[in-house]
Design a protein around this ligand. Structure first.
Ligand code: FES
Length: 83
């Protein structure tokens, strides 16, 4: 079972990777990383920090392209308030 401990520590001689779950996506993972997608493809990134898409809207899946920020406006949004 996982336990809470200080960030960036070591365990078993291996340095821990920090993973940050952003509200509404993405998941930020310290790189470099090797990612296996659900269809079996392996993708690598040597970036210092890698943003992984969890909303499935990214055109660069498995990487985040900020598409999670786009929202469809409802009818009551965007119209000026009237008194
Ligand atoms: S989490 Fe950013 S595009 Fe999906």
């Amino acid at each position: 079972m996982p336990t809470a401990s200080s960030p960036g520590g070591e365990r078993g001689g291996r340095e821990r990777r920090r993973v940050v779950i952003e509200q509404g996506g993405p998941v930020l993972v310290e790189g470099p990383v090797e990612i296996e997608t659900p269809d079996g493809e392996t993708v690598v990134s040597d970036r210092f920090m890698v943003a992984l898409c969890v909303c499935r809207r990214s055109r660069r899946y498995p990487f985040c392209d900020t598409s999670h920020r786009k929202r469809v406006r409802s009818q009551d949004q965007g119209s000026p308030d009237r008194d």
